[in-house]
Design a protein around this ligand. Sequence first.
Ligand code: CA
Length: 237
Amino acid sequence: MKELRQSTILLIEDETEIAEILRLYLEHEGFACHHVTDGRRSLELLRRLKPDLIVLDIRLPGQNGIDILQNLRAESAVPIIMLTALSDDVNKLVSLRLGADDYITKPFNPAEVVARVHAVLRRAQGGIQGQRDQGMIEVGPLSIDSARHVVQVNLAESVQNLALTLTEFKLLEFLARQPDRCFSRYELIEACMPESDALDRVVDSHLSKLRKKLSEAGCTGMIETVRGVGYRLWQAR
Ligand code: CA
């Protein structure tokens, strides 16, 4: 059913002029756009609207975008694009660490935002649809279900699902398709975030977060940083 309806974008932005322009552009592209000026009801809206993507401003009155991002991520892997100020380098990195899928720096061209929205949605939906028939990937204690976007950690003492962001999932899945092989950061960017102008340190940030989640689930040492080259996922370690 999902393919038949409009994609819904939730826009959380306190500057109403910016929000109005974005809404016009997004609606012109055929998206349904729901705008709120603060994050107070973001979780309620997430549950009720089930948006396909969220555009979230970092600087908001009351609860800031970083806190809202954390709350949303605790509950959902919905794609999230952050809007940041030019000087917000720290927040850009923090938000990627916390699971944002992309960020856009203000001032921006609204057409650029629309292009990023399309790209992130394509990535999200491609991840689900393109791999629907490819079944499960088993690497060490990990079972990766590409169709359902679920990663299960099967250890003797426990079985648990990993809560990953879309980008973390794509990276893990990509590495897991050829375990023990080393990939460069460039290859990882090309394969997992081709539309973004991602830097090496952005890949590092996603992978360090992924590694932390794996460690917390009992899979320490699976992702190795290969100095001067990139990363690999070990089958057995
Ligand atoms: Ca703002």
